[in-house]
Design a protein around this ligand. Structure first.
Ligand code: MN
Length: 131
């Protein structure tokens, strides 16, 4: 995996993102794709933990939020995060990108969304926008 197709090599070594994803393979895919950028990562596999990790890591720059999670949904987790952090970009990652759903994610406090399966190009373009 490399980023040479992009105008410049992405260096996000000073950035820290939280990946919320309950599917191990999807999480590993994201970590692999992102490893080239040297971005610092924390992974959470459930919504409540994601809320706590956001609270405990005030230096986080962005959250990639899966919507379908065991326990509370990514939407609910986003709403809880927004109670104490209105600034951090939260990117919903969802397999159900119906236009109605998208509105709900944005209403819940998500900044943007990516449709699964997440393509490397889309991921980098979206992260470039918010990091
Ligand atoms: Mn999921």
């Amino acid at each position: 995996m490399d980023t040479t197709d992009y105008d410049q090599k992405l260096d996000w070594s000073s950035k820290k993102i939280l990946i919320v994803e309950d599917d191990v393979f999807s999480a590993e895919y994201l970590l692999e794709v992102l490893s080239e950028t040297k971005v610092q990562t924390i992974v959470s596999n459930n919504g409540l933990e994601a809320v706590e990790q956001t609270r405990n890591n005030p230096d986080l720059d962005l959250i990639l939020m899966d919507i379908q999670l065991p326990g509370i949904s990514g939407e609910k987790a986003t709403m809880l995060i927004r109670e104490f952090n209105t600034e951090i970009p939260i990117i919903a990652q969802t397999a159900h990108a119906m236009s109605n759903d998208k509105e709900n994610y944005l209403k819940a406090g998500c900044t943007d969304y990516l449709s699964k399966p997440i393509l490397m190009t889309d991921l980098f373009l979206t992260l470039k926008k918010y990091l």
